[in-house]
Write a protein that binds this ligand. Structure first.
Ligand code: PMP
Length: 310
């Protein structure tokens, strides 16, 4: 396969099938399918969003050749936007709460981005506020704001969901996926609902996220969990939320690496934990689909595969 730019390698990721042979929780005759988004060139599902946001910004005139793109991000969206921006020689500034992994910050810098830190205690809300302040300082800047921008779910509706149905058909019992901005979950869920109105939709969050009514507190699982209800989830017929502890999420992340060769991040472990609970309670023959959003090698400094406490 010959490509003319790395952006052309984004998408068309494989889907791995797990059955009773790999996980005893999966009833014989049922299956869990995980889309391996960590195999995108930037190591995450957010490569798709980066390309979509930059193309949409250029098409609508919000981005020109002189534009600096500014965005609050835990890292993966920044990496995705930076890769897309490079194709057009655009500058990028990412506002990142200090707690997020050093590797993600190093990767954003490697792609030419400038990083601005905000205090961990202020969470993503603090990063959003700082990004808005920065936008005022840069006259020709564009702030996509993935948390409010409908281009975010649209990217997954248009670029990811059709790949799922192309490979799996419309016979999907449940869609189980982590929620950060909610873009992936809502974009894919809306697409699948149009084809399979009875589909079950399970949102995955870590303990410390507020979706199932819990109190907001810090957690180690990175990339999912919310401090406020994402607007994209409004009007979606969500079946329920799976709230996964750091212990459970990291245990599955380690198992996926050690027993299956899948070097994924902790939000993938959390998604797998939720998918296994879901499939175990469904009738034989059910098909549960989930997403493994990013690679684990960007969390090695956090001992993702070797922590004694999880
Ligand atoms: N997992 C990881 C590792 C992520 O970085 C993100 C995005 N923050 C998600 C899951 C959730 O994706 P979304 O923002 O589309 O809800």
């Amino acid at each position: 396969m010959i490509i003319d730019s790395i952006q052309a390698a984004i998408g068309q990721t494989p889907i791995i099938r797990f059955t009773h042979r790999e996980f005893l929780e999966i009833p014989e005759g049922s299956a869990v399918y995980a889309k391996l988004e960590y195999l995108n060139p930037g190591g995450s599902i957010k490569d798709r969003l980066g390309v979509y946001l930059v193309n949409e910004g250029l098409a609508s005139g919000k981005i020109t050749q002189e534009t600096t793109i500014i965005e609050p991000t835990a890292g993966n969206t920044g990496i995705g936007i930076a890769i897309a921006a490079l194709a057009f020689g655009l500058s990028t500034i990412f506002v990142v709460p200090e707690k997020f992994s050093l590797e993600k910050q190093a990767l954003m810098r490697a792609l030419g981005a400038e990083i601005v830190h905000t205090p961990t205690e202020e969470g993503i809300i603090g990063a959003i506020a700082e990004a808005k302040r920065l936008k005022e300082k840069y006259p020709n800047s564009y702030l996509p704001l993935q948390f409010d921008n409908l281009a975010n779910p649209a990217a997954y509706y248009q670029l990811l969901a059709p790949e799922l149905t192309a490979d799996l058909g419309d016979d999907i019992t449940s869609f189980v996926a982590g929620i950060g901005s909610g873009g992936t979950f809502s974009g894919v869920a809306r697409y699948l609902l149009e084809r399979t109105p009875a589909i079950r939709l399970i949102g995955v969050e870590p303990e410390g996220s507020i979706l199932s009514g819990g109190v907001s507190h810090s957690h180690e699982i990175e990339g999912i969990g919310v401090e406020f209800l994402p607007t994209f989830l409004e009007d979606l017929p969500i079946t329920g939320y799976a709230t996964i502890s750091d212990f459970e999420g990291f245990a599955l992340t380690r198992k996926l690496a050690k027993e299956h060769g899948l070097l994924v991040g902790s939000s993938s472990g959390a998604a797998m934990a939720a998918a296994l609970t879901e499939v175990a309670q469904l009738p034989v023959g059910s098909q549960v689909v989930t997403i493994f959003p990013d690679t684990g090698d960007r969390y090695l400094s956090k001992n993702i595969y070797s922590r004694e406490d999880y």
